[in-house]
Every structure is written in C-alpha cells, then in structure tokens.
Design a protein around this ligand. Sequence first.
Ligand code: HPA
Ligand code: ZN
Length: 326
Amino acid sequence: AQLPALLAAMPKAELHMHIEGSLEPEMIFALAQRNSVTLPYPSVEALRAAYAFTDLQSFLDIYYAGASVLLTEQDFYDMAWAYLQRAAADHVVRAELFFDPQTHTARGVPMQTVILGLSRACRDAQAQLGVSAALILCFLRHLSEDEALQTLQDALPWRDHFIGVGLDSSEVGHPPEKFQRVFARARDMGLHVVAHAGEEAPPEYIRQALDLLKVQRIDHGVQAVRDKGLMQRLARERMPLTVCPLSNQKLQVFPDLRDHPLKALLDAGLCATVNSDDPAYFGGYVNDNLRAMFAASNMDARHAWQLAANSIDASFAPPADKAAWR
Ligand code: HPA
Ligand code: ZN
C-alpha cells in the first residue's frame, strides 16, 4: 500500500526520453496553429485516436509527423519546459533528454534554433525547478553514417550545450556497426555515448553497441533476456539498461506488462532503470511507468530503491550531485 507513494516520491533520474516524444496532442495543435502548419488530423481527439501502434515503425511515422510543428526556438523551449515541469512533479532530480536534430534540419530548421531552445529550457529547469537537465544528440539510424557525421559537424559550434550522442529511430536493418566512425569521433570529442539496442532487434545489436560503439549505456536492451551469456556480461560490467515499460507495451514488444522482464533483469544483477521514452505517445511519464510496472509484477520496495539508485548511478551527472541525490 505504501509502494505507490514510495515510487512517486523517491528522487530519480530519467535517462531515456525523447523530448519530441513529450509533445502532447494539445501542444501539437497549439503549435500548428501558432506556426500555420496544417496537420493531417482534424482534431486533438483524431490525433490521439491514431496512437494505436503495432510496432516501432508504426509509432515513428506518427512521431515524426507530430514533430513537424516545431519551427522556432520558442517552440523547442516551450516543449522542453513543459516536460521539465512534469518531470519535477515526478521527483526527477536529473533528466537527460534525447533530441533528434535531423528531424528538424531536414525541414529547414537551423541546428542553432533546436539546440538553443532546448538548452535554455534546461538552464531554466536548474534555476527554477531544481532539476538538473542535459541534452543528448541522437543520430537517426535509418539515415546514413555520412549524414550522422555531418550532423555532428553542424552541432560543433554548440558543443558545450550537449553532453553526449545517441542512436535512435528504426532499429532492425540498421545495426550499430553502421555508425562506428561517427561514434569514434564523438568519443574523441569527450562526448558521452549511448545507443538504442535490443528494443526490437536481436541481442547481437547489443553486443555490437558494446564492442563497436563502446557505449556507456544501452537504451532499452530488453532483448538481452534471450541471451544468457550477454545477461551475465551486462551484470558483470554493471552496464546500465534504460528500460521503458509502457513503450515496450504500446509497441507490442511485451504486450502484457506481466510478461515484462524488468524484475528478472534486476534480480539477475543488471543495472536496469525505468524511463518514459515518449511519454505523450505511450501513456505516461516516468512515475506512470513505475506504477504500471509494479502493479503488473511482484516487485517490492527493495526493487523500487534499486531502480532509483541505478538511475542516479547510471546518469552522467557530476559525482558530487550523484552523492547528494543518493
Ligand atoms: N526507439 C527508437 N527510436 C525512437 C524511439 C524508440 O523507442 N522513440 C523515439 N525515437
Ligand atoms: Zn527511445
């Protein structure tokens, strides 16, 4: 009975959320109106009704359409600020936000507009909400490595406004090995490196992310449960997995949360964390994910504390901050 209150109140880090995935339908329509963008949906209700996903790609098609309303620096600021306020309410003390610059630069929105809008919201979050927030630039893996290299190059003038790079979008058919050069360059620049791996694709993608991209965290990683040797390695190396239960449910990776392997991952000694991925599309923010996951499993308060501790340990926050939150 105390568990829901503990889950809500415990200080936590959110390490896997795509800021474009925090755009609620109401904000999509408000921004469309502000920017005179025509949407292929007549109403908020019609848009929400389209959120019936069968797999990752069926989601991505709608997610990229939603992001098309973002044009100005203020749009990016407003989106991130709305999320950060919501995160503060969930007792998130540290948020590391993914953003997809290629989704915007391809539409003619300058890199500077994207980064400065998001970055200003992160700065205000620290000052006004007490939330430590940072940005991770993601490459779209359905595009080429040359385009990823160009994107990193284009972002260099704002190198101090993001802390790392990631890899997202359509996974199957776009393995980590495709991005070895751009990840090597990012590491050389002192950027943190993470990658989505093992969301829908097999455990081999997780091995490649570790061995070829040398990532510091695996985003999702839930397919590791199909590979016993990999599970042992992830536990031994304390390699963080940023797990997103409601995303996995909505994208039919684990259609029933009672079959979700989160408890198995924790009990096997892996550094698993709980995150919202795309909260506006998957039915909830980080505390909603925790609540749903605990309601569907027999995890206890020890699992809750472990998840909170894991999230802070796995964050890229300064060690002094981590010590204060733990
Ligand atoms: N997987 C891959 N790409 C994404 C996701 C995801 O869950 N969310 C936004 N882009
Ligand atoms: Zn994701």
